[in-house]
Design a protein around this ligand. Structure first.
Ligand code: HEC
Ligand code: HEC
Ligand code: HEC
Ligand code: HEC
Ligand code: HEC
Length: 481
């Protein structure tokens, strides 16, 4: 009898686990914040539509910048499209990648199931396919309740304006994927950018960050600079009236300060010149942005040992308040340390990856996370016998940023036109002494992928008194457009 019961329990457990492995899976819990698209039933007067070109007719400089960004491609971009279709073309993905109701072919009336897989839909008479192709378009961030949302509080614009307390409120709608459930065991929710910032007391913006980056805002003094003791799970997320996620103390997140650098220019042609924010949002798709956040040192350690020589590569996230990399768990860095002989052959090799590893099935579990929190240096060492001079000629270090890995690319069948990875650092140190054997090095470096060779530190940052690197100062340049 007992054996039978145990057997039965075992069987039930096996069925349960099997179901967990094959059931449709959302990597995130769908919270009320993005059940539904943004309501645009009232178009701000005197506009006749919500297309980016319409805004661009009066705000050309903002339009031209936005056009170059991944926000404008959030729907059309081939990696998203492939992944979306691979994942069963879920409705829920649209609410961040095409967040306005007019961008979606269906009106969502509700959901049949608790997990919100199965929306109740009817055709949307206002569906605008051109607007859909604009992805995260101007109105996605700027139109609420028939008004244009902005932080300047301009009263004499031709359209009604609603003033926002802090510009970072705009970002959290889509860059926070929150929600705990009984079957989730993670430190940070997927795409944990905000939680990463909050989890690391050092990673909040420093006073210098805020003063240099937000110099023109009146409320700088009120910004909370020091970290609160909140843990990521109690980070103060709550739902606002409109269903949007609100995050306590958004000012200290600094998204806008780093991702939308200041510039002096008018809002409209011939208008008043003022400090405004460029609409650039550079991130993982931009090597220069990634390099601006990453400091790389590669040097021989002054060793106590006479038998071995040790070479150390140290990576520090000096420029991103969140982890580096951040965002979807696809993003990662790899580090290769290679000992080369004079012919450029690899004698010894070490590979590391800096990434967040999450198990999705049967439960969502954070396995480990080796991404770089801000200001916390990470070192990798390669040691060789001190007398290996005859064979070893050089040590080479290569750091690469990956938008996704090759395995996943193949699995979802994404035929990339753009590279899915690029180098952010490559440097060789001659083993035989200083400045020798550069030709051999060059040989080794031209092997492999066709990437350009970058000498030295990805970025030379000035250091402040407390030993922390000072962020690149973004002085506003005058652009008269
Ligand atoms: C007919 C011209 C025109 C159109 C079309 C237009 N705007 Fe404006 N907008 C203005 C003017 C003029 C101002 C005020 C400029 C000033 O005073 O320097 C302004 C101000 C703004 C501001 C600043 C508000 C603040 O107080 O922070 C934002 C944001 C803005 N517009 C966004 C948009 C968006 C988004 C669209 C498209 C949905 C749009 N505008 C369409 C003319 C226009
Ligand atoms: C309506 C939703 C939405 C809002 C609001 C939003 N984003 Fe995004 N953001 C996205 C999506 C979706 C992507 C990814 C698009 C893609 O790659 O397909 C993205 C990508 C990015 C990237 C990555 C660029 C890259 O190279 O991969 C950065 C940086 C970024 N957003 C910053 C911001 C900042 C700062 C704000 C606030 C001003 C903001 N976003 C507001 C949806 C949004
Ligand atoms: C991802 C969100 C997002 C998108 C998309 C976006 N904006 Fe903005 N925009 C902002 C934020 C945030 C601010 C406030 C920046 C600040 O001043 O702190 C802003 C400010 C502005 C301003 C006022 C100047 C300023 O810096 O305050 C204008 C004008 C403007 N946007 C126009 C546009 C136009 C036109 C488009 C589309 C071509 C667009 N925006 C797309 C987030 C966005
Ligand atoms: C102190 C500057 C700084 C602050 C503050 C900051 N970022 Fe970043 N962000 C960076 C840098 C540098 C990178 C490039 C390196 C990387 O990917 O981590 C980046 C990368 C990103 C990416 C690219 C990830 C991808 O998938 O390609 C996203 C998304 C992003 N940031 C969003 C945000 C949001 C949202 C906030 C606010 C909650 C924010 N950032 C605050 C500097 C900053
Ligand atoms: C809560 C908002 C939100 C939802 C819902 C959402 N995304 Fe995203 N997605 C983002 C943001 C923000 C980014 C970019 C920043 C980052 O890396 O976190 C992004 C990036 C991506 C990327 C990387 C694109 C690139 O350029 O490399 C893919 C692929 C993607 N999303 C697919 C999906 C799919 C498929 C779904 C539905 C299952 C989905 N997303 C639902 C906000 C969202």
């Amino acid at each position: 009898m007992i054996r039978k019961t145990i057997l039965l329990l075992f069987l039930l457990l096996a069925i349960f686990l099997a179901w967990r492995f094959i059931r449709p899976l959302n990597i995130f819990v769908v919270t009320e914040a993005f059940d539904f698209p943004v309501d645009t039933s009232v178009i701000p007067q005197p506009l006749s539509g919500l297309g980016a070109r319409e805004c661009g007719a009066c705000h050309p400089a903002f339009y031209e910048e936005w056009r170059t960004t991944i926000h404008s491609q959030a729907w059309t971009e081939p990696y998203f499209q492939t992944d979306w279709q691979f994942d069963g073309s879920q409705q829920i993905c649209r609410n961040c990648h095409t967040p306005l109701d007019r961008q979606q072919p269906h009106v969502i009336l509700g959901f049949r199931d608790k997990e919100k897989w199965d929306p109740i839909m009817e055709p949307n008479p206002d569906f605008d396919p051109d607007l859909q192709h604009e992805g995260v378009t101007c109105a996605a961030c700027h139109v609420r309740d028939g008004r244009i949302v902005g932080v300047l509080g301009i009263q004499d614009a031709p359209h009604p304006v609603q003033q926002l307390g802090d510009p970072n409120e705009v970002c959290v709608r889509c860059h926070v994927v929150d929600g705990d459930r009984w079957d989730t065991f993670f430190r940070f929710p997927p795409c944990g950018t905000v939680a990463e910032i909050r989890s690391n007391p050092d990673s909040r913006l420093t006073r210098t960050d805020i003063e240099t980056l937000a110099a023109y805002q009146d409320n700088v003094a009120e910004m909370q600079v020091t970290a609160s003791a909140k843990t990521p799970t109690q980070a103060g997320h709550s739902q606002g009236k409109t269903g949007e996620i609100t995050v306590a103390d958004t000012a200290s997140l600094g998204c806008v300060q780093c991702h939308m650098p200041l510039v002096q220019r008018p809002l409209v042609e011939g208008g008043q010149v003022r400090p405004v924010r460029r609409h650039l949002w550079r991130g993982g798709h931009d090597p220069d942005m990634v390099k601006s956040g990453l400091q790389v040192r590669f040097e021989e350690a002054s060793g106590e040992s006479t038998d071995t020589r040790t070479f150390v590569l140290t990576l520090t996230n000096v420029g991103a308040a969140h982890y580096l990399p951040t965002g979807t768990p696809d993003r990662h860095l790899t580090v290769d340390l290679r000992l080369l002989d004079s012919e450029g052959r690899v004698l010894k090799e070490q590979n590391h990856s800096l990434k967040r590893t999450v198990i999705w099935r049967p439960f969502i579990i954070d396995l480990r996370d080796t991404q770089l929190p801000r200001w916390q240096p990470r070192s990798y060492e390669l040691s060789i016998p001190a007398n290996s001079r005859q064979t070893a000629a050089a040590i080479e270090a290569i750091v690469r940023y990956h938008l996704l890995d090759e395995k996943r690319r193949k699995r979802i069948g994404y035929e990339n036109q753009e590279p899915i990875a690029y180098e952010v650092f490559r440097h060789g140190l001659a083993v035989t002494g200083i400045d020798s054997d550069l030709e051999t090095l060059e040989f080794a470096m031209t092997q492999g992928e066709d990437f350009h060779y970058m000498q030295g530190n990805a970025l030379a940052l000035p250091f402040s008194d407390n030993g922390l690197a000072v962020p690149v100062q973004r002085t506003a340049v005058v652009l008269n457009t």
